[in-house]
Design a protein around this ligand. Structure first.
Ligand SMILES: [Mn+2]
Length: 491
């Protein structure tokens, strides 16, 4: 295992020096003195093996001290065998074109190679006027009909979005090949059938369902045998939505989606033209794994390909063991902002939230929010594959999402990693729907002219007592007491 930073130091220091000399090198401040007689034994190794041990030993054993304990009392032959074993593991971990099954190609002879993602030519589709289709046969918001995201009408083709002047197109992307604990493919259906998808936001008294034209845009086709293949199609479909002027709201699916979602938006809005706020307990900028895209690598890929600038990328909610120091150094070196839960512990949520909101305003006007439900504490979302304790509460998450969506020119939003199979209650899908609704509310607030993300309705936050009740009583607006209420026969 390579440890960036360390190996750079050693590669320059080790070539010409023996251990005794390298110990004196100031480039290696963390390296403790090798105890005798081990130092003498190590000096007896061939130069190439000695260099390998000094470069990889700490990472292999955990610390230098642990390495020295493991080698304590060993003969030259035993130390050499130890190094040989380390070198074997390093080389055997690498790809071998002669033996590795990853070299089985896709069957390009298959007649249905692309059939999983082929869309209906319009001549084969049901003929109708373009526009959103209301799937409820009940008037005035009655329940029933067919369940959809946010209880919204359905749109199928881009021309439906255009004809309906659609502002938000919520689309499912049931991809879960990019994660280990599968089941995220059931996220979209759980959020369609889950509790509370739409309606008035009490905090602001803004109802996005009334103010915005929102549709359920169906699910994007996924080849759940290959994340690598699926992401290309997701990218095309996200660009297709964005080109109509509608804001794509992607319901995952795992966090691999962040890459095609950002790339698809960059295809339409331009590379580097928008910022990203990434809510997650993980930083998802992993690299160098056997797969180039998984739910742990979308951030690295989106930045590496230039779709979003690292300086316009804000991380919120990181915690747990990953990443180590190298990950934070990578974020620092690339100008990225980050607000782990450790910072919340240090400064309090109010301060961290203010900083994140200010940074989002200072960057680009356009914003994409990537919301991994595992940023929330597992108490709120047990239904996710990689839960990490010590996360955000719903009472912290809702205001920041609503504020970001109010203060920014939102070009996209994703909610990912909801795995309803891991939660035998309704709460994970419930909370995920509330997060999505918070962003819809923010977009609706902005449309009505509210630009302050901290806006709260005076009506729902101040009871104005005792004055209000007394005035209403005088004006005849208070409820009259009626002991026979509900008993028309008693009148
Ligand atoms: Mn994630």
């Amino acid at each position: 295992m390579k440890y960036p930073g360390r190996s750079v130091l050693f590669s320059s220091a080790l070539v010409a020096f023996g251990v005794a000399q390298s110990l004196a090198d100031e480039d290696m401040p963390d390296m403790p003195e090798i105890p005798m007689p081990l130092a003498t034994v190590i000096d007896g190794l061939a130069e190439e093996k000695r260099a390998f041990l000094m470069e990889e030993g700490e990472g292999f054993a955990g610390t230098w001290e642990k390495l020295f304990v493991r080698l304590r009392g060993k003969s030259l032959e035993e130390v050499e065998a130890f190094v040989d074993a380390m070198q074997y593991l390093e080389s055997a971990s690498k790809f071998n074109p002669e033996t590795d099954m990853a070299s089985i190609p896709l069957n390009t002879e298959a007649e249905d190679f692309n059939s999983w993602k082929l869309m209906n030519p319009r001549a084969l589709a049901t003929q109708r006027e373009p526009g959103p289709i209301n799937l409820s046969y009940y008037a005035r918001g009655g329940r029933g009909g067919v369940q959809t995201f946010a209880g919204a009408p359905v749109a199928i083709y881009p021309e439906d979005l255009v004809a309906g002047d659609v502002e938000v197109a919520i689309v499912g992307a049931p991809l879960d090949m990019g994660t280990y604990y599968r089941g995220q493919r059931f996220g979209p259906q759980a959020m369609r059938t889950g509790y509370y998808q739409a309606g008035n936001d009490m905090a602001t008294m803004v109802n996005p369902s009334k103010i915005l034209s929102i549709v359920d845009y169906g699910d994007i086709a996924i080849d759940n045998m290959s994340t690598e293949i699926s992401v290309h199609h997701v990218r095309e479909r996200i660009a297709e939505i964005a080109e109509t002027g509608a804001i794509p709201f992607i319901v995952g699916g795992d966090h691999s989606l962040e890459y095609p979602d950002i790339a698809g938006l960059a295809d339409v809005h331009g590379k580097g033209s928008f910022g990203v706020v990434h809510f997650d307990s993980h930083f998802d900028a992993g690299k160098g794994q056997a797969h180039y895209i998984t739910h742990g690598q979308p951030v690295y890929r989106a930045i590496k390909e230039g779709h979003v600038k690292a300086e316009n990328f804000i991380q919120v909610g990181l915690r747990g063991p990953w990443p180590g120091a190298w990950g934070f150094e990578w974020m620092r070196n690339n100008g990225m902002r980050y607000h782990p839960m450790a910072e919340v512990e240090k400064k309090g949520w109010k301060q961290v939230m203010e900083d994140a909101l200010r940074e989002a305003r200072e960057g680009t006007e356009k914003l994409f929010i990537s919301f991994d439900v595992d940023v929330l504490d597992p108490a709120f979302v047990p239904g996710t594959g990689t839960p990490v304790p010590g996360g955000l509460t719903m009472r912290e998450a809702i205001p920041i999402v609503r504020a970001l969506c109010t203060e920014s020119d939102m070009i996209g939003f994703e909610i990912v990693e909801l795995d309803p199979l891991l939660d035998n209650t309704y709460r994970s899908a419930l909370n995920a729907n509330y997060i999505m609704h918070a962003c819809l509310t923010g977009i609706a607030m902005r449309k009505t002219g509210i630009t302050d993300g901290s806006y709260l309705s005076e009506l729902s936050t101040e009871d104005q007592q005792p004055g209000a009740g007394e005035q209403a009583l005088e004006a005849g607006d208070a409820e009259e007491i009626d002991p026979d209420y509900g008993r028309p026969d008693a009148r």
